[in-house]
Ligand binder design. Structure first.
Ligand code: FES
Ligand code: FES
Length: 127
């Protein structure tokens, strides 16, 4: 199966790979797995006092499409509010990367990772 050029670009030059110090109180983490294939994605967001996403990093153990999807969302979420990040849909990711139907779940993993990180934010700020 051929990967699109955008997938290959993100796969070969992934943006924002790594992790933040989890003791930093502005850092939240979303960790999700894909039941379809067993791949795992960790997304960390640094969210400032005004609820703006300052920075993002990811680590993904998975296929090229999962790595490209997570790399893309780290670029997309930077500078966004929590509400704006919440609105990112896997279909936007799949469209941007021209993912074929069998790879749609890879983009769902990236959407789920954003949602999981924002849940972590809410759980830390609601108490
Ligand atoms: Fe295993 Fe995606 S199916 S890497
Ligand atoms: Fe499973 Fe891409 S995340 S094949």
């Amino acid at each position: 199966m051929a990967y699109s050029e955008k997938v290959i670009d993100h796969y070969e030059n992934p943006r924002n790979v790594g992790s933040f110090d989890k003791n930093d109180s502005s850092v939240v983490t979303g960790m999700v797995g894909a039941p379809a294939c067993g791949d795992v994605m960790k997304l960390q967001l640094k969210i400032d006092a005004n609820g703006i996403i300052e920075d993002a990093k990811f680590k993904t153990y998975g296929c090229g499409s999962a790595i490209a999807s997570s790399s893309l969302v780290t670029e997309w979420v930077k500078g966004k509010t929590i509400e704006e990040a919440q609105a990112i849909k896997n279909t936007d990711i799949a469209e941007e990367l021209a993912l074929p139907p069998v790879k749609i779940h890879c983009s769902i993993l990236a959407e789920d990772a954003i949602k999981a990180a924002l849940e972590d934010y809410k759980s830390k700020h609601d108490k």
